[in-house]
Design a binder for this molecule. Structure first.
Ligand code: NAP
Length: 415
């Protein structure tokens, strides 16, 4: 067991366990949280009140989360001289379920992204991002309610694995020389180079998680989004491995779109349909025929783009939650960044962290609390008392602060 130097383990709580592929959640779990940089503190203050209120309302005194602050990012660096203390990673491992606000990542040098590091070190191989519309939010789409998807983005491989070399560096030169001399490929001298590793293991486990999710939630389809027409051995293989895993592990409960079109015995109406789409086509499909898609499983870079683009279709990043999930381990997080210009102004939308909490409670099996929060958000938006980002897209609405929006959500949970 880890000895914590900076964080304090709450005395009244218990650890979440993991046994035979299932979480064992006590009534008083200890959940580590990272407040986050920039606007993180404002957002966390509002969010945690919403979480506690939902638990109290759903379970009375029977259940309670014991929050444990752990440190990463600027707060960790300023107070403890370390951007990501090892004990923070250990806490996320030991307590299994945690939640974090956004963390600063310097562009083009300096420290490596803390978010990417956490995902890799803890092997949180799926980044799950549900995107749905809340009635009343301003949207650039005519029928934003038609979009209701869950993106499963591979989290540990692809170009985001961060294997790259700077232009002009001896390493880049060495790799270029090797490629040019061994494989007769053309690479312009002085190029920066990056490697895109994608494994059968990494792709299949992600796609398997996506299919299990679709089955558990009775969703109609899983679409493999890839760029396999050009990157045949990486993205193309992702698609093939996806169909393989569907056939091998879910033969009875899935059907490929191609088999469905052929009809006959293979066309089972109750099965989850496995489709695939080339990445560029996927973007236009989500704009033109969003209701034909449900779960999307995709490699890392595609997933990054599509989840933000989809979030924009339903009103923006302020309301987009995310979870990084491995086997019996999960870190839920806002999908937006630190929005530093709004730091400490009590202005920003806390919806992304609040909805990440909804995902967290669903993951823990605390669905009653999750449903109450969703009800609270729906009601807050219906009341048209919303933060600036939503207010500027909702004519006739009243702009409220981060904390006031949190109050609206709590009020909206009903009596
Ligand atoms: P950002 O922090 O997401 O902010 C960009 C803009 O998005 C904001 O100026 C604001 O738009 C809008 N926005 C973001 N969060 C919002 C919220 N909660 N409510 C309402 N509007 C919101 O992106 P960035 O400026 O590119 O990145 C800043 C820092 O965050 C960087 O260091 C980056 O590396 C880091 N980052 C961290 C994470 C993470 O921790 N998961 C993710 C992405 C980026 P308006 O200006 O139009 O109001």
């Amino acid at each position: 067991m880890t000895t914590y130097k900076f964080a304090k383990v709450p005395s009244g709580g218990n650890r979440i366990g993991y046994d035979a592929g299932a979480l064992r959640v006590p009534n008083n779990p200890i959940i580590p949280f990272v407040e986050g940089d920039g606007t993180g503190a404002d957002i966390w203050r509002a969010s945690v009140r919403v979480f506690d209120a939902a638990i109290q309302k759903a379970y009375g005194d029977e259940r309670r989360v014991h929050w444990m602050e752990v440190y990463a990012g600027e707060k960790a660096y300023t107070n403890h001289g370390d951007w990501l203390p090892q004990e923070t990673v250990d806490a996320m491992q030991e307590f299994r379920v945690s939640i974090k606000g956004p963390l600063t990542t310097p562009v083009g040098g300096g420290i490596r992204s803390l978010n990417v590091t956490l995902r890799q070190v803890l092997d949180l191989y799926a980044c799950i991002r549900p995107v749905r519309y809340f009635e009343g939010v301003g949207s650039p789409m005519r029928e934003p309610n038609k979009l209701n998807i869950v993106v499963f983005r591979e989290n540990t491989e692809d170009v985001y694995a961060g294997i790259e070399w700077k232009a002009g560096s001896p390493e880049a030169k060495k790799v270029r020389d090797f490629l040019v001399s061994s494989f007769d490929v053309e690479i312009r001298e002085g190029s920066a180079l990056g490697i895109k590793p994608m494994s059968e293991f990494g792709s299949k486990r992600l796609i398997e998680m996506a299919i299990r999710y679709a089955l558990k939630h009775c969703l109609p389809s899983v679409t493999l989004m890839h760029k396999g027409n050009i990157m045949k051995f990486t993205e193309g293989a992702f698609r093939d491995w996806g169909y393989d895993v569907a056939r091998a592990k879910f033969g009875e409960s899935t059907v490929s779109e191609a088999d469905l079109v052929k009809g006959g015995a293979a066309a089972r109406a109750d099965a989850v349909i496995i489709k695939d789409r080339i990445a560029d086509s996927m973007f236009q499909q989500l704009l033109l025929r969003p209701d034909e898609y449900s779960v999307i499983a995709t490699p890392n870079l595609n997933g990054d783009y599509v989840s933000d683009a989809a979030a924009a279709q339903v009103g923006g990043l302020g309301m987009a939650p995310g979870g990084n999930v491995g086997d019996g381990l999960a870190v839920f997080e806002a999908t937006h960044g630190t929005a530093p210009k709004y730091a400490n102004k009590d202005k920003i939308n806390p919806g992304s962290v609040i909805l990440s909490g909804v995902m967290m409670f669903e993951y823990m099996g605390w669905t009653e609390a999750a449903e109450l929060i969703v009800r609270g958000i729906e009601s807050a938006i219906r009341s048209r008392r919303v933060t600036y980002d939503l207010a500027r897209q909702m004519p006739g609405s009243t702009e409220v602060s981060t904390s006031e929006f949190g109050n609206q959500v709590i009020k909206g949970m009903g009596s």
